[in-house]
Design a binder for this molecule. Structure first.
Ligand code: G6P
Ligand code: MG
Length: 219
């Protein structure tokens, strides 16, 4: 079987979701309101600008485009400060083992992330060398749930969408992968990830053999 893998970054390979949450919370609090953990779930996989729009909406606050840009930059400065201190201890369970297995087997691997900070995160956590292609927030024009990020990944890996397995922890990302006609492994809980072909707790629960079986089952 031909197989290629496309990984989301935040919440799949590394534990950055908690930093995004902390930084957005700090911003919301500075504006005089708060948002819940359940609301935060809706921010996963959603790009920076769109996340801010949602948060301001929850707080019932209107800001001009220029003000929004400033607020997004402020949140990002706090976020970058946090991720600059990351290390390989923040790589999520099973990531290293699976990436190592895929690399040893010669399976093409791409990153498919909405983040504009993916380069820094991969470098800090020592994962850069596992990727044959990187598609992130700096290289797409439409963000998840649009399939662009994953279609570009397949293109860079010189393979067809039907050969690709996407790993996602966000509802918007699962939607994007399905729109790209790819198989999807959800990371987290099934109720948060409708449409995923399989949902697992973390990457330690899967291996290349299971991924091949999943693709075969789909075709
Ligand atoms: C990922 C995260 C989102 C984040 C987005 C953009 O998809 O799940 O929470 O908003 O990346 O990240 P950035 O680092 O560009 O602000
Ligand atoms: Mg994610």
């Amino acid at each position: 079987t031909q197989i290629a893998c496309i990984f989301d970054l935040d919440g799949v390979l590394v534990d950055t979701a908690v930093y995004h949450y902390q930084a957005w919370k700090k911003l919301a609090n500075s504006l005089g309101f708060d948002f819940s953990h359940a609301q935060n779930e809706q921010l996963k996989g959603v790009n920076r600008q769109r996340s801010l729009e949602k948060i301001l909406n929850w707080g019932g606050i209107t800001k001009t485009a220029a003000e929004q840009e400033e607020l997004a930059a402020l949140k990002n400065s706090w976020y970058v400060e946090m991720i600059s201190k990351m290390s390989d201890t923040e790589v999520l369970p099973g990531s290293l083992k699976l990436l190592t297995e895929l690399q040893a087997a010669g399976v093409p691997v791409a990153l498919g992330s909405a983040s504009k900070n993916s380069g820094l995160i991969l470098e800090r956590t020592g994962l850069s060398h596992f990727f044959n292609a990187i598609v992130d927030g700096n290289s797409v024009t439409s963000s998840k749930p649009d399939p662009e990020v994953f279609l570009k990944g397949a293109e860079l890996l010189r393979t067809e969408p039907s050969n690709c397995v996407v790993f996602e922890d966000a509802a918007a990302g699962v939607e994007a992968a399905l729109a790209a006609k790819m198989a999807v492994v959800g990371i987290g809980t099934a109720e948060n990830l409708p449409g995923a072909d399989v949902v697992i707790e973390d990457l330690s629960k899967i291996n290349l053999e299971k991924l091949k079986a999943l693709l075969q089952h789909k075709s």
